[in-house]
Design a protein around this ligand. Sequence first.
Ligand code: FAD
Length: 497
Amino acid sequence: MAKAVIIGAGIGGIATAVRLAVKGYSVTVLEANDTFGGKMQEFWLGGYRFDAGPSLFTLPHLVDELFTLAGRNPKEYFTYTRLDPITHYFWPDGSRVKAYADAAQFATEAAQQLGVPRKAVQEALEKSSRLYKGTADTFLHKSLHRLQTYLSPDVLKAMGCLTDLGLTTTMHEANAKQFSDPRFVQLLDRFATYNGSDPYQAPGTLNIIPHLEHNLGAFYPKGGIYAIAASLVRLAEELGVVFRYQEPVLRITTENGKATGVETNSGSYQADVVVSNMDVVPTYRKLLPNQPAPEKTLQQPRSSSALIFYWGIKRDFPQLHVHNIFFSQDYKAEFEHIFKYKTVSQDPTVYVNITSKAAPGDAPAGSENWFVMVNVPHNQGQDWEELTAKTRQAVLQKLSRMLQTDIKELIEEEQVLDPLLIEGRTSSFGGALYGSSSNNRMAAFLRHPNFSARLKGLYFCGGSVHPGGGIPLCLLSAKIVGELTPAVVPSPAKPPK
Ligand code: FAD
């Protein structure tokens, strides 16, 4: 039976394991940590449950698809509800907008609260939808590094969108051209942070992202985001995938231009197919030290990282929802701090995710589990202890001011995550959340392909390679690897004696 070894049990590695098992491979996943999930972990602080990493879930059909592919009913493994409103936005001037799931209702709300033309909001969302539909098949669902992709009719569809794509303007310029209200521009610019980019540098192409949240919807999985990884591991194990924890891969072995397996402290694993779900930078630097590395690709600027304060808050805030954003006064300065000065602004935009709004069991009665996140640069040797202390102070002041309550007094549990911890726990280079950033119009083509051009049998999945970071794109990277790997030839049946 053809063998596949997967390095890492992040969401990309788990999804690849399912796809390769369905394809007929005997699959072993080797994971450095003592559990699966990578950035997608959960933990408890007293009576408060937290998802450690991702909090926003879009395109749930990409998870369902894996169960269906394996002949299972997704609902028996994994369920979710649509969020409405999706996000509650707060500005320093006191204005607020609830982003309702229904596009028309959202447009009405934006018109009432900010005075932006209702029709223009709807047109912006329709354009986002048009661009997404025109480009996703080419840019997200397929390898950009295979000739076949460019011979597909989908390319014609994508070409048809070229003039609208905004390749020559930044995301911010495109939004500011469409809307004169700086608050609504800020709301649209924020979607650059979906993949850790800067709206003042990233191309207008990224304006396809609002389509995901506003037209297709944001969802909350039963059991939290962690349930995505847990349910897929259950499926993978049912399909015969073997997960070996606390077994970091030390080397990818090669012979005559082919990856032949991996080595760990416990021994070596021979494989027909090796898939790295480890960040692509350490995959080359640590696991393939004697192979030429694609330097230009590996040196692409990293995406942003995050500082997260997990707070058990002993009060409830009826004015908050699952996703809440407290904007900064000067968004441009905030991104300059992150990408130019490699530090954190003293007036950062603060994202507060409260899953106990959707799942009351995630916090004690009358309390809330706050996941408080600030976008920060990836680690380049900054003094994170000092930056964390300063940012915590700034966040507390800002939230206390905007919610007119002394938040510090309400914190009864606390834990912090910074870029160093993210890197230490998942090997993500610099603790970047989404691999390389999209602050360049060629970024899509500069991400590492899902296969090695030099070593046959070596593939890559996860947020540091094509098509990019975030749960949906990691799932799509697994889909592409599933399509690129060779078909398994069934062993001939033994002749009857
Ligand atoms: P990772 O999660 O990076 O896991 C890689 C795994 O490989 C780890 O388990 C690691 O231990 C293992 N590994 C590494 N090296 C080795 C080795 N040598 N041997 C064996 N195992 C190894 N995405 C969203 O869609 N929505 C969000 O709201 C969102 N918010 C985020 C917030 C935070 C704080 C973070 C950290 C991320 C967020 N993301 C979000 C991004 C999302 O979490 C990631 O894109 C995704 O989970 C990455 O999955 P991955 O498959 O690349 O693997």
